[in-house]
Ligand binder design. Structure first.
Ligand code: FPP
Length: 242
């Protein structure tokens, strides 16, 4: 059985900015700047296609290991882009959420994050989760620590409730651009039953046509969630509690 409606939640590993720049003999940060434009275009396109949640991997826990110049360039770009783009995102009905470890971020970036979240908190059209200083393993560990700190019994449900994306359903479709086919410590917990689409396009070149190809491919997937094809959720044998 295939999917007739678009994915509710799309998550993207926006890979390929550096290569996009290098191929044009430009500094890598020029690729990241184009990446911001590509993200704006993509958010608008997702909204136009009825997608309700978009989650993007903007800076991983491991990206601190990049050359100092690139890390500080990305931090500057992030702070500048937040200041510049939030009014339009607010007007477009986008709710911005930042997901990741906040300790260790500069006060300038933290201020931008807090202001962007406060300014767009009431918006409902599209939730845009920006994973920043994020790692899937970090997320699982912080959730487990919170379960333990609250003295709760460790179950899939209690852990899920403490994960950093507990405010949205799990991603239906995970897209990775840039030609690599790996998860790179992105949504390890949340992507358990996501469909994957790998695009050879570099992130700055990711356009509406490529998004449509990903959605079309998703439309042909038979999502069984461990059941058999065509079986409804109601028709499942009783399971042991997890
Ligand atoms: C991966 O490409 C991309 C990143 C590590 C950064 C992505 C960041 C943005 C698109 C900017 C987001 C900004 C805001 C305001 C949300 P890469 O550098 O690994 O590319 P490569 O594989 O070609 O080297």
């Amino acid at each position: 059985m295939t999917n007739t409606s678009p994915p509710h939640h799309v998550a993207i590993v926006m890979d390929g900015n550096g290569r996009w720049a290098s191929r044009r003999f430009l500094p890598r940060i020029a690729g990241h700047k184009q990446g911001v434009d590509s993200l704006k275009r993509c958010a608008r396109a997702c909204d136009a296609r009825g997608i309700k949640v978009l989650t993007v991997f903007a800076f991983s826990s491991e990206n601190w290991q990049r050359p100092q110049e690139e890390v500080s360039g990305l931090m500057d770009l992030f702070a500048i882009a937040l200041g510049r783009e939030v009014p339009q995102l607010k007007a477009d009905g986008v709710q911005l959420r930042f997901v990741g470890e906040r300790q260790g971020l500069s006060s300038r970036v933290l201020k931008g994050i807090e202001q962007a979240e406060a300014a767009t908190a009431a918006n409902q059209k599209l939730v845009l989760n920006v994973c920043f200083n994020y790692g899937g393993r970090w997320d699982i560990v912080q959730a487990a620590a919170r379960v333990a700190a609250q003295g709760l019994v460790m179950t899939e449900q209690s852990l899920s409730q403490m994960m950093s994306l507990a405010h949205v359903p799990d991603p239906d479709l995970v897209i990775r651009t840039g030609g690599e086919q790996r998860i790179s410590n992105f949504l390890l917990w949340q992507s358990a039953y996501s469909e994957f689409f790998f695009s050879d396009k570099l992130w700055p070149d990711f356009d509406e046509a490529e998004l449509d190809r990903a959605i079309q491919s998703f439309g042909h997937r038979d999502r069984r969630f461990g059941r058999v094809s065509g079986q409804s959720r109601a028709d499942a044998a009783p399971t042991v509690a997890r």
